[in-house]
Design a protein around this ligand. Structure first.
Ligand code: GMT
Length: 381
């Protein structure tokens, strides 16, 4: 199939999933074009059948706002015609589903013999935060209804979409996935040695530092657990809450035991040096970062919200607590750092869960089936 994958380039799970899906599809023999404003985070064009198509959003002094929706719809029309796309797969509904819909209308009105079918994948905040904001709801809901197929990364997100947007159409649940050959425990002895020096354990958090990730809670949990064990906190990623987090670290005199490691292209050695991964988010439709940690045999302590219970098996591969239960998360984290046997058992169970349910080999065929169904609906076969 000839597939166009639309995604955000910025640091975020939806862009990562879209990029990994594009790679996996190209490796399976499809022609795949990733359509974005910039090369996505973690982009590599080292395999045949995979291309990057840039969306230019020119600035014009008259406008205060960049016209991204129009630029993207125009780019989709051009790429669909030029490369005879069969599928346009929009990752993150806002505004990608609307841009894909607009492109479809243009191609149809211009009598394009076979406009591509539109598949939209919902990732989370496109529904739970942005899409359900009254400023956007009508267009987001309409463009989701108009897509030829819609997928959500968890059952929880499917329910949220039905509840928040009143969507009545079929939404398939296709969970996120990892390249399990890459995501496996891989030690960098130098890095692990540095992080573990002088402490009993290492706690890691990785995110885009937006308020929904609650990095302030990560620091609060770490402060409390340090009353029981000597630990280091490693914060991976970057975003709007980073400066506030850095101030909190200084206010609490934690500079020597908290590392801001920034954005890392290869998370595996960092995760492999960890004893516990913390994800106390306010909302999380899936929690790709938790899955990456689990693949590296790291148990996760997280909020019991959204799709996280579909990823983490409470008491088996990690612990789930109420999002405001900072004391409970601190206690669980300290217990894991203090008890090596418990940590190893849970870490191995976590990695086993990832290989049983969340490897690319299991999930990518579900997307291929979805594409085949919209190109040739089962009722017409
Ligand atoms: O909120 C983010 O972290 C970014 C957002 C995105 O742009 O990718 O993440 C959402 O999609 C990820 C990939 O499907 C999920 O793993 C995250 O759980 C989801 N974030 C939220 O629901 C808050």
């Amino acid at each position: 199939m000839r597939i166009g994958i639309v995604c955000y380039a910025s640091l975020g799970g939806s862009g990562v999933v879209a990029t990994e899906l594009a790679r996996a599809l190209a490796l399976r023999g499809h022609e795949v074009r990733v359509i974005s404003t910039d090369e996505p985070f973690r982009w590599r064009d080292d395999i045949p059948g995979l291309w990057f198509e840039r969306v230019e959003t020119p600035a014009y002094p008259l406008f205060r706002e960049p016209q991204y929706l129009l630029a993207l719809a125009t780019a989709i029309v051009r790429i669909a015609q030029q490369h005879r796309l069969d599928i346009v797969h929009a990752h993150y509904a806002v505004p990608h589903a609307a841009a894909a819909y607009l492109a479809d209308r243009i191609l149809t009105a211009e009598h394009n013999p076979r406009p591509p079918r539109i598949v939209t994948t919902l990732h989370g905040t496109d529904i739970t935060l942005i899409g359900s904001d009254p400023s956007y709801t009508r267009v987001v809901a309409f463009s989701i209804e108009q897509s030829h197929a819609v997928t959500a990364v968890s059952s929880s997100l499917r329910s949220d979409t039905i509840g928040a947007l009143g969507i009545s159409r079929e939404i398939r649940v296709i969970p996120n996935f990892l390249d399990c050959a890459t995501y496996r425990r891989r030690h960098d002895p130098l890095l692990a040695g540095r992080l573990r020096d002088g402490v009993d354990g290492v706690v890691v958090h990785a995110s885009n530092f937006r308020p929904v990730k609650r990095v302030d809670s990560v620091i609060e949990i770490f402060l409390r657990m340090r009353q029981r064990v000597r630990a280091r906190l490693v914060l991976l990623g970057d975003g709007p809450e980073r400066d506030a987090a850095a101030r909190r670290v200084i206010e609490n005199g934690l500079q020597d035991v908290v590392d801001f490691a920034g954005e890392q292209h290869d998370l595996v050695p960092w995760l492999s040096a960890a004893d516990v991964f913390l994800l106390p988010s306010l909302q999380e439709s899936f929690g790709l970062a938790a899955l990456e940690a689990m693949a590296c045999e790291v148990p996760v302590v997280a909020s019991r919200v959204g799709g996280l219970p579909e990823v983490i098996d409470d008491g088996v591969t990690g612990y789930l607590c109420a999002p405001d239960d900072i004391a409970g998360m601190a206690e669980r984290t300290a217990a894991l750092v203090a008890d090596e046997q418990l940590r190893i058992r849970m870490g191995r169970a976590a990695a086993a869960r990832v290989s049983e349910r969340f490897c690319a080999e299991l999930i990518v065929p579900q997307y291929e089936e979805c594409y085949r169904d919209v190109l040739d609906p089962p009722s017409r076969r």
